[in-house]
Design a protein around this ligand. Structure first.
Ligand SMILES: Cc1cc2nc3c(=O)[nH]c(=O)nc-3n(C[C@H](O)[C@H](O)[C@H](O)COP(=O)(O)OP(=O)(O)OC[C@H]3O[C@@H](n4cnc5c(N)ncnc54)[C@H](O)[C@@H]3O)c2cc1C
Length: 363
């Protein structure tokens, strides 16, 4: 796809950024360290601005290029980037003027990190089953409940949470909570099979008292956060999977050309050629779909791109492991770890199996 001059500059600058700030931290992230300093640098260098209204040109294509480049170096970092951008996007779209002026600038430059916390142990993929309660007495909301499987539970400064706001009707209200609010606590004890370093954990709300100024959007209309962030979530998730595929394809191509058995390179075997052709086609088809969705801001294409790219990345990660053989299974190379990274993406950023319903409503 064609890139404008600005997009070409952006692509070069994110590649430079990756070399300068991400590559030196890759081992730390792989070992589970939350990369707060790298996220701060992303903010300082203006990379959050592409999707945060009021702080640069809104451009979903540039956003997808940034996520893809980050993911091809570190899927976990790309995951955190998408998470924070989505929360900032929600706040900028749904927030009051006061809320925007209080938070958005600091979110755009990475001083404040944010996450969206919807999932609960019993509600899982079904947002409308959320049990956390918010009760209004006078002008004060009291929030009680918990969230689980939350990205950045360990380190976010701002949590956008959804709570049930009526005991009679299944209606929800979104709130902006801060990590230092009285009654908010967190545990970053969860360890995923993939996506190391994302600060995955639980949040607990015990008699958290907040005012109306922390209500995000309209009371009882909290479920609207899902369509609001759908574009950022789906294009972001699809681009994470695309970055994983780019990186694997590059490594696989080099490996099958270089590794020789009885004097012949792996790439001379027809089964190897066939596997690589499928990997290449998946990568190219996913990028075409994602870029088209992003350029046209087409939500139904974005849903399709998310499902396609996330499923194909798993297929490619498995194929890459086969082509690397035991050399890829060996932990210092660790090609198989990308299977675990790829497996996480369909589960979150609107679970693929829930997304099909949103897709049908959009066509
Ligand atoms: C690495 C990682 C990070 C995450 N970060 C966050 C975060 O920051 N914030 C957050 O809120 N959540 C986060 N999640 C949670 C994620 O959104 C949930 O895992 C997801 O919503 C599915 O919930 P569940 O895992 O409890 O699956 P369950 O609800 O138990 O569902 C299991 C499977 O059943 C099917 N299913 C369930 N419900 C439906 C339905 N209504 N329609 C169709 N099929 C259905 C799907 O196949 C689903 O995968 C994260 C998850 C992962 C893996």
């Amino acid at each position: 796809m064609c890139l404008s001059e600005e997009q070409q500059i952006l692509r070069t600058s994110i590649k430079d950024f990756v070399k300068r700030y991400v590559v030196p931290k890759l081992n730390e992230i792989k070992n589970g360290k939350f990369p707060r300093d790298v996220l701060r640098e992303l903010g300082k260098n203006g990379f959050f601005n592409v999707m945060i209204p009021g702080f640069g040109v809104q451009d979903s294509y540039s956003y997808s290029l940034i996520v893809e480049e980050l993911a091809s170096a570190s899927p976990s970092l790309a995951w955190l980037y998408v998470t924070h951008v989505a929360a900032a996007y929600a706040l900028s779209r749904m927030g009051s003027e006061d809320q925007r002026s209080q938070y958005i600038e600091k979110m755009a430059d990475g001083r404040l990190l944010s996450t969206i916390a919807i999932t609960e142990p019993v509600s899982g993929a079904t947002a409308a089953a959320v049990q956390t309660k918010a009760e209004l007495t006078g002008q004060t909301w009291t929030i009680n409940g918990s969230k689980t499987f939350i990205t950045m539970a360990s380190d976010a400064d701002i949590f956008i949470i959804m709570a049930r706001s009526s005991s009679e009707k299944p209606v929800f209200t979104d709130f902006i909570l801060r990590s230092d609010d009285r009654g908010v606590s967190r545990s970053a004890s969860l360890k995923g099979s993939g996506m190391p370093g994302i600060g995955w954990g639980e949040l607990f709300f015990e008699n958290v008292e907040t005012g109306q100024d922390r209500v995000l959007g309209n009371r009882d209309e909290g479920i609207k956060i899902i369509p609001t962030i759908a574009k950022v979530f789906t294009i972001g998730a699809a681009s994470i999977s695309l970055g994983i595929m780019d990186m694997l394809n590059e490594n696989v191509l080099e490996h099958i050309k270089e590794r020789k058995i009885n004097g012949s390179s792996l790439s001379s075997f027809q089964i190897v050629q066939d596997r690589y052709l499928h990997m290449y086609t998946n990568d190219q088809a996913a990028s075409a779909l994602i870029y088209r969705a992003a350029i046209n801001d087409d939500i139904k294409l974005a849903y399709a791109a998310k499902v396609f790219a996330t499923e194909k990345a798993i297929e490619n990660a498995v194929a890459a492991s086969r082509l690397f053989g035991a050399n890829g299974y060996e932990s210092s190379v660790g090609i198989t770890s990308y299977i675990d990274d790829a497996l996480a993406v369909p589960l979150h950023f609107i679970n693929n199996d829930v997304l099909t319903g949103l897709f049908m409503n959009s066509v």
